[in-house]
Structures are given as structure tokens and as C-alpha cells.
Design a protein around this ligand. Structure first.
Ligand code: SF4
Ligand code: SF4
Ligand code: SF4
Length: 349
């Protein structure tokens, strides 16, 4: 499908909105309330553009692209409107980018930079609540722009139905259950809302102060916890060789979602208590031994138990954290060598 953007012709696939088409062509249009996963909202009006033949400015996230459409996203009229939206959002919150956890990875900051807003024009003095009660999520209402992405994510994507808009007008804020503290609420700490939040209003508490976004190395990998194989990005402090944050990748099978283990239980690779070599309990204490001794000992014990009590006294559990080949070898060993069907796997449902 052909269309014109800022006097340049582009060809894009059918079925896109004007905003998605612009992104497809590598043209930035500020947007805040829209996220591919939570869908069109048309609330924040940061993404307005001019479209030939349409009256007034249009929200590019809600208009379906049509053949031959002529769109302008960089005129002074468009920028002035976008600037006012971003200026008001910055003015009505508490946005101290220098010390904000989200500095460098914030969609509001990116929009302000694009539009050349150095200082908010309007200053609205207001007190904002900080909710530090959750173990994993830090909620700073001063940085919330009421875009609703967290609400849509919690209610429609992960279907936990914890978040909503509460109160009215200038008092509007994101509430948890019936306005409970997050740590006392029914939130299951999946972190989906954090991942969807375009600003520093919801951040991963464990990662706060552990490294700036641009200093952390990003490595894409597969979650090691279960057989679902969620795709993740590890954010790594290379100087300390430590994972400081995990985010979900927007690809199958998880489309950005993670469970509480996958998102927040990432310390084990650098744990001091991690098992690094085989141990055998001798005289009440675990003692380091060679792999040969450990394997001989294990084989002797299996032979001894199965010989005395029969094969059904033995069972083995495979794991989603090892390869299919290893899991195959485990069941083969249990069935063909030990002689029992007592074998299971953590990913079996
Ligand atoms: S949320 Fe964004 S705009 Fe607000 S202080 Fe943080 S980085 Fe700056
Ligand atoms: S962490 Fe998950 S359950 Fe809790 S509020 Fe956010 S999206 Fe909802
Ligand atoms: S907490 Fe974040 S995602 Fe939720 S409404 Fe505020 S800015 Fe949007």
C-alpha cells in the first residue's frame, strides 16, 4: 500500500494504523498511551498528525491507513499541538529525569527531547504518593501520565484485574484493588504493568540504583525456570558480572509476559551459595568429592535400594532446565535400566 508521509512516498503492508505505518518507515511520531499489546487508546493525543482531507488533527494511533493517504507529522501546527500535550504532562507531574530510574528509557522523555522541551512551561505544585510496599514494584504517582497501559495490561493481557483508575479530575490516579497498598493487594507481582509503563511511574524495585539503562549490557536468552521457554532480555552490569534486571521479549511464546520467578528471581547465577561441585554427606557434613566418586556413590546407592526394595521404590524427575536429549536419557535410564515408569517432568501438565 502506498502513502505519503512528510512529502515522501512509502510502500507499507496493508492493515496498519498511520502510527504503525510511520514506525514501519522509521519515522518517529511521539506516542504514549498506545502500545502494540494494549492496543489503541487515543487518549494522550501525543501522536496527532495532519491528514489531507480530514478536519483537525488526527490521532495517528487510531486512524487506519488508506491507499494514497497524505500524512504530515512534522509541520509546525502538529509539533505545537504535540508540544503542548507533552509540556502539560511534564508540568503536572514530578519529573526529575536526572535521578529518575527510567532516564534514557522513557517514552515521555524521548517525546520531550524530540519536541525540544527543556523546561515545563507550567508548574503545578502537587504532592504525589509513592508506594514502596511491594517487594518487587516501586510506584511513583508523580511520574504517572494516566496513559492506562498498566490497567489494560493487568486486566486484559495477564487478566489479573488488579489495577484501575481511581478518583476524578486532577485527583485521578492508578489504584490497586480498592485503593490498597501494592504490597497488601492481590497483585501477583508479574511485572507486566512495569514493562508496559512508558515512564518511571512503575519500576522494578530490585533494579533501582543498580545501573543506568545505557550502562547495562542487554543479552537475549530463554528463561531457565520451566519448559515454557519464555524469551527474556538480561540487563547485566558487566563490571560486577551481575544480572540486575530481567525483561520479557515481545516475541512468542510469552509476548513480553513473565511470571514472578522469570522476572525477579535472577540472582542465582552469581549466588555465593550456588552448587559448583559434587558433595557427599560424610559424618553429618557435606564434603566436596570428585565427579567419579559422586557418580560411583550414586550408582551404588541406586543398585542397593532397587536390589533390596524393587524398582518401584525409585523415581526420577527431569527438568525444563536441561535439554530434550538429557530428558530423553533420564526416562530411558529409569525405564530400561532401573525398570520402573516412575519418571516425571516439571513441565508436564
Ligand atoms: S518519568 Fe521520564 S520524563 Fe519523568 S522524570 Fe522519569 S525519565 Fe524524566
Ligand atoms: S504486577 Fe501483574 S498483577 Fe500486579 S498490578 Fe502489575 S500487571 Fe497486575
Ligand atoms: S503507571 Fe505508567 S502505565 Fe500506568 S497509567 Fe501511569 S504512566 Fe501509564
Amino acid at each position: 500500500m502506498k502513502f505519503t508521509l512528510n512529502n515522501k512516498e512509502y510502500v507499507v503492508p496493508e492493515g496498519l494504523t498511520v502510527l504503525d505505518a510511520a514506525r514501519h518507515c522509521g519515522v518517529y511520531i511521539p506516542s504514549l498511551c498506545y502500545h502494540a499489546k494494549t492496543g489503541q487508546a487515543g487518549k494522550c493525543r501525543a501522536c496527532v498528525v495532519e491528514i489531507e482531507g480530514m478536519r483537525g488533527l488526527q490521532t495517528s494511533c487510531t486512524v487506519q491507513l488508506k491507499e494514497g493517504m497524505k500524512v504530515v507529522s512534522d509541520s509546525e501546527r502538529v509539533r505545537a499541538s504535540q508540544r503542548l500535550v507533552i509540556d502539560l504532562l511534564l508540568s503536572s507531574g514530578s519529573h526529575d529525569c536526572l535521578s529518575c530510574e527510567q532516564n534514557g528509557d522513557c517514552e515521555l522523555q524521548q517525546a520531550a527531547y524530540y519536541l525540544g522541551i527543556e523546561h515545563p512551561t507550567f508548574r503545578i505544585d502537587q504532592e504525589f504518593k509513592i508506594d514502596d510496599s511491594s517487594e518487587f514494584i516501586y510506584k511513583d504517582n508523580g511520574k504517572c501520565i494516566s496513559c492506562g497501559r498498566c490497567v489494560a495490561g493487568c486486566n486484559k493481557t495477564v487478566v489479573n484485574e488488579v489495577l484501575d483508575f481511581g478518583f476524578r479530575g486532577g485527583e485521578t490516579e492508578i489504584i490497586i484493588d480498592d485503593d490498597l497498598a501494592m504490597g497488601e493487594s492481590s497483585c501477583v507481582q508479574c511485572g507486566e504493568c512495569v514493562q508496559l509503563c512508558p515512564t518511571g511511574a512503575l519500576t522494578d524495585k530490585k533494579a533501582r540504583g543498580k545501573g543506568r539503562f545505557w550502562d547495562l549490557e542487554k543479552i537475549d536468552t530463554t528463561c531457565p525456570y520451566c519448559g515454557v521457554g519464555c524469551q527474556t532480555t538480561l540487563h547485566i552490569d558487566r563490571a560486577k558480572n551481575r544480572i540486575v534486571r530481567v525483561t520479557g521479549r515481545e516475541v512468542t511464546p510469552n509476548n513480553g509476559m513473565l511470571c514472578v520467578k522469570g522476572r525477579y528471581a535472577y540472582e542465582f547465577p552469581s549466588s555465593e551459595n550456588r552448587l559448583k561441585y559434587p558433595l557427599i554427606k560424610k559424618n553429618g557434613h557435606h564434603v566436596r568429592v570428585s565427579w567419579e566418586e559422586a557418580l560411583d556413590y550414586t550408582a551404588d546407592r541406586i543398585r542397593d535400594i532397587v536390589g533390596k526394595h524393587g524398582p518401584d521404590t525409585f523415581s526420577a524427575f527431569g527438568s525444563g532446565r536441561i535439554t530434550n536429549e538429557n530428558n530423553y536419557a533420564i526416562q530411558k535410564f529409569v525405564r530400561a535400566v532401573v525398570g520402573t515408569n516412575n519418571v516425571d517432568h516439571c513441565a508436564r501438565t
